[in-house]
Design a protein around this ligand. Sequence first.
Ligand SMILES: [Fe+2]
Ligand SMILES: [Fe+2]
Length: 293
Amino acid sequence: MKLLPFSRARKATARPNIRPQRMGFEFRPEAVPRYWCNNDPVLTHFLNALSMSFPDGEQFFVDSVRHFRHTVTDETRQKDISGFIGQEAMHSLEHKGFNDMLAAQGYAELTDKATGVARHLCNEGRKRLSPRAQLAVTAGLEHITAILANTILKQPELLEQMDPSVRILWLWHAIEEIEHKAVAFDLYKDIDPGYRKRVRSFLTGSLGLLFFSSAYTWRLLKQDGMQRHPLKLARGGLRLGRLLVSVLPEYLDYLRPGFHPWDDDNRALIARYKEQVEAAVAPQYRKVAPIAA
Ligand SMILES: [Fe+2]
Ligand SMILES: [Fe+2]
């Protein structure tokens, strides 16, 4: 294995500071509307299903990056990797709280099943794929989380449609996904600058996520008896479909041979919302500014 102090893919763009932040969210089941995203069952359950994949999925990302971090000699990049690991660990933790809220709202059985399936898929990945392939899948899925985050942040109306009781979770997660979007990619490019495995793993990971999210979106809808409301289903399905189609060009960008996550420099989106997120940190997790002498 050839070790490089800097990734060939690492661009000159100044990178955001990747700093983990424990938020300490508390989701009260009675305070969160059942269809918290625009009163739309389809979009809400799509995001709920994604949330159910996060605790185990993000642990998989962390493990695959940790496996290769010893190959990085650059201090700044080591700091970025620590930031990445810390941020994903916080996402797992806060989304677990969100998933517990869903369970308390009456989706306990499905939440258990979905998190069990996500765990099983990750464990199979660990067993069947080489560490290099696991990192390739992580880099690909990180592209998907980064473009979904970009979509959420660049469409203020989408954020507005989320109920304030949960909006900040998605806003915070989206910001951090953008902040660390190149960490796994750069590491992967260091150990395998080739094209085929990167793309193959991206498509495999995409299929897994598509299978998981559509299966559990549908099961959540079915539990609510939505199959008896075809019009509502069709309207929500159309909205979700339009949203996913709008992300397609960014999704396909990953197939470009010279692709790098920071080709799209969207740091301005982070700056726009950072203050809102900082204000939402629970008091016990706020950093106290040092008192000037
Ligand atoms: Fe995350
Ligand atoms: Fe991430």
